[in-house]
Ligand binder design. Structure first.
Ligand SMILES: NC(=O)c1ccc[n+]([C@@H]2O[C@H](COP(=O)([O-])OP(=O)(O)OC[C@H]3O[C@@H](n4cnc5c(N)ncnc54)[C@H](O)[C@@H]3O)[C@@H](O)[C@H]2O)c1
Ligand SMILES: O=C(O)[C@H](O)COP(=O)(O)O
Length: 367
């Protein structure tokens, strides 16, 4: 069986949407990739690959829990097609010495442009005006009021990492003032860093650009919404779980919040009775912000390349659970002397690293 893939790492894709064109990425990374659902080998000459246990998995939306990991004891790497790793149990992966890899550097421009487009749409009422026209209500401007000039508005960002900073760059010419809340961010020119209360209370537009985690789940709930201006717009292109959708819908219905522009929802796709679908002054797009043909290509290529590198024992910048793996390796070596920590740092392809590859990473043996 080992001859079938000539000792090359074998990664399998759980979500089928990316499988069909991963052949190129696989070839470039010298790795075999198969789509599990189809039980189909995707690389020429790899007809029997579906019977070989995979060295790792590539996932988009699938939840990778401890149970899923235990059912796949050959996995050494979990690759997430995207930035957010909220669908993966990182602690469970580290405890099992499974590396978790994401692609934090594939769609900053696309997501920031999408956020900016939502801000402009909500302000200029583009989607709402389009609906009026199609309903034959051409002259019914009253339904679109009030519209304030953006140049007098305060844009408030919660989270200013890669995407938040790109939003700042794009939106600076449009707005009067930019404030931001991010407990881990350093100074940003022209941006006032503020506490969460101020970010909520002073934003005419409050835009979310932080990860979903246990700590940030429902960060924007009834309490937070009550602290926002009733004239404000909430923009969320990050993760649906950051916002309590029922509380948001209620505030929009009651006029306690003016509008919302959302690319992400708590449940995707939404149920037919999701209250946000019927909420007034609400724009919803279908988790599209990340997408362009170019970003999709970057995503596929970089994930395959990085997972293959990890399986070959190399360090990469986007190793999400670096510290967890080092801790697990340290604990194991002090107990049984089985795992020695070592560091091998290699630049992956021609990309500039987006994070410093600093801490020691355990060597990941490929069997
Ligand atoms: N809609 C989409 O298609 C799409 C695409 C890409 C990314 N995303 C989402 O956007 C999020 C942000 O992406 P990014 O690339 O900017 O990530 P990033 O890691 O570069 O930045 C996240 C920022 O959030 C900050 N942060 C963490 N906890 C915080 C808290 N409690 N309050 C305020 N700030 C906090 C961090 O310090 C960091 O600066 C991702 O986690 C992902 O979920 C969505
Ligand atoms: O699969 C996705 O959700 C898109 O690629 C965006 O994911 P991300 O928000 O984690 O990048």
């Amino acid at each position: 069986m080992q001859d079938v893939n000539s000792g090359q790492p074998l990664l399998e894709v759980l979500d089928s949407s990316y499988g069909s064109v991963d052949v190129e990425a696989a070839a470039a990374a010298s790795v075999y990739i198969r789509v599990r659902d189809a039980r189909e080998a995707r690389t020429e000459g790899d007809e029997n690959a579906s019977i070989i246990p995979a060295d790792g998995v590539l996932v988009q939306y699938a939840n990778i829990t401890a149970e899923v990991m235990d059912a796949n004891p050959t996995w050494k790497v979990i690759g997430r097609y995207g930035v957010g790793v909220d669908t993966i149990d990182l602690a469970a992966a580290s405890a099992r010495s499974i590396a978790v890899v994401n692609v934090p550097d594939y769609c900053e421009e696309e997501v920031a442009t999408h956020a900016a487009a939502l801000v402009l749409d909500a302000n200029r009422r583009i989607t709402a005006a389009d609906a009026l026209v199609r309903r034959g209500e051409w002259a019914d401007w009253a339904q679109l009021r009030p519209i304030a000039p953006l140049s007098t508005a305060t844009l408030s960002l919660i989270g200013v990492g890669r995407i938040g900073r790109e939003v700042i760059r794009l939106m600076r010419p449009f707005v009067g003032r930019i404030i931001a809340h991010d407990p881990y961010a350093g100074a940003i020119e022209g941006v006032e860093l503020v506490d969460l209360d101020t970010a909520l209370a002073e934003g005419d537009v409050v835009s979310l650009h932080l990860p979903l985690s246990a700590a940030t789940h429902h960060l924007i709930g009834a309490d937070a919404i009550a602290r926002m201006k009733p004239t404000a717009t909430l923009v969320n292109v990050s993760r649906g779980g950051l916002v309590d959708g029922a509380a948001l819908a209620a505030a929009l219905h009651d006029g306690r919040l003016a509008s919302a522009a959302l690319d992400v929802l708590e449940t995707e796709p939404p149920a037919a009775d999701d209250p946000l679908l019927a909420a007034p002054n609400t724009i919803i797009t279908n988790h599209l912000a990340w997408y362009s043909e170019a970003s999709e290509q970057r995503l596929r290529a970089r994930l395959a390349e990085r997972c293959a590198a990890v399986l070959r024992g190399r360090d990469i910048p986007s190793l999400v659970n670096r510290q967890g793996l080092a801790d697990a390796a340290g604990a194991a070596s002090s107990e049984a002397g089985r795992h020695a920590a070592s560091v091998t740092t290699e630049t992956i392809g021609a990309e500039a690293p987006t994070e410093p590859a600093t801490a020691a990473v355990p060597t990941l043996e490929h069997s």
